[in-house]
Design a protein around this ligand. Structure first.
Ligand code: ADP
Ligand SMILES: Cc1ncc(COP(=O)(O)OP(=O)(O)O)c(N)n1
Length: 266
């Protein structure tokens, strides 16, 4: 069985973070493992509080995975502080895992910062170069590049600029624009667009986590990056289409429906 590790924060309400990652990975038929870097008290409406995990416990969790089981892919999500980023980077440089997908989570839907603002330079220097695929949304791509992104051409230019910062491929996600969402992948050679119909729903809690975990799962299963992104987007669009009307805010994506739709991998 393929093994996929998520390094991310815990969302106690189960819609985003580690919980969304593990549901997505399980739906893809891979063995999911987790390194928890922050415990976030949040729900479909807002973030109440968070407690970051000490860097030495983060380091020890990564050691625990690699001294025993190992990985076929790694997904990195929320990294709250420069200290946690350095701890993760140090360990990944040591263990050199294949197929690293980095979702540069900066804010929760209610605007709460999940990455401390002073972390961006450490993120760019230590985490970004580890990524085989980096998956910023529009505000995150703006923060990383300093560009203002308004059009599809801007998304292409931002993807190119982020690529020059050292990752192997970049997927700029267009979910924050109006109209049908277009995501653009740049791998150093070409731009590839992935489009889907916009689903009219408020229930999109955890879409970024779901997409990045699905990409990591598909890379672990042996798909090349562009095919892994295509399959992940199909999975995620289905998960949004059948999103759950739970809670009083943005409900979570539906992994169980997607599992039945896509079937178990060979
Ligand atoms: N309403 C929607 N219908 C279909 N796809 C969507 C919708 N909202 C977002 N997406 C897709 O979900 C993924 C993540 O979306 P985005 O909102 O850009 O990132 P994030 O969740 O990190 O803020 C992207 O592939 C985007 O195109
Ligand atoms: C613990 C935790 N990690 C990440 C997020 C943000 O997840 P994302 O998939 O980007 O979802 P939305 O912010 O679009 O709901 C989170 N909220 N909590």
């Amino acid at each position: 069985m393929k093994r996929v590790l998520t390094i991310a924060g815990s969302d106690c309400s189960g819609g985003a973070g580690i919980q969304a990652d593990i549901k997505t990975m399980s739906a893809h038929g891979v063995y999911a493992m987790s390194v928890i870097v922050s415990v976030v008290a949040e729900n479909t409406v807002h973030v109440l509080k968070k407690q970051d995990i000490a860097p030495e416990i983060v380091r020890a969790q990564v050691d625990a995975i690699y001294e025993d089981i190992g990985t076929d892919a790694v997904k990195i999500g929320m990294l709250p502080t420069p200290e946690v980023m350095s701890a993760v980077a140090e360990k990944l440089r040591k263990y050199c895992p294949k197929n690293v997908v980095v979702d540069p989570v900066m804010y929760a839907k209610d605007g709460t910062a999940l990455m401390a603002p002073q972390s961006i330079e450490t993120f760019k220097a230590e985490i970004l170069p580890l990524a085989d695929v980096l998956t910023p949304n529009i505000p995150e791509a703006e923060e990383i590049t300093g560009m203002h992104i308004e059009t599809e051409d801007d998304m292409c230019a931002a993807a190119k600029l982020i690529y020059t910062m050292g990752c192997k491929a970049v997927l700029v996600k267009g979910g924050h624009f109006a109209g049908d969402p277009i995501d653009i992948l740049f791998d150093g050679e070409q731009h590839i667009s992935f489009t889907a119909n916009r689903i009219q729903t408020k229930n999109t809690h955890g879409t970024g986590c779901t997409l990045s975990s699905a990409i990591a799962s598909n890379l672990a299963l042996g798909y090349a990056p562009a095919e892994a992104v295509k399959r992940a987007k199909d999975y995620m669009t289905c998960a949004i289409e059948h999103a759950l009307e739970l809670g009083h805010g943005a409900g979570p994506t539906n992994h169980f429906y997607s599992l039945y739709q896509s079937g178990l991998p060979k």
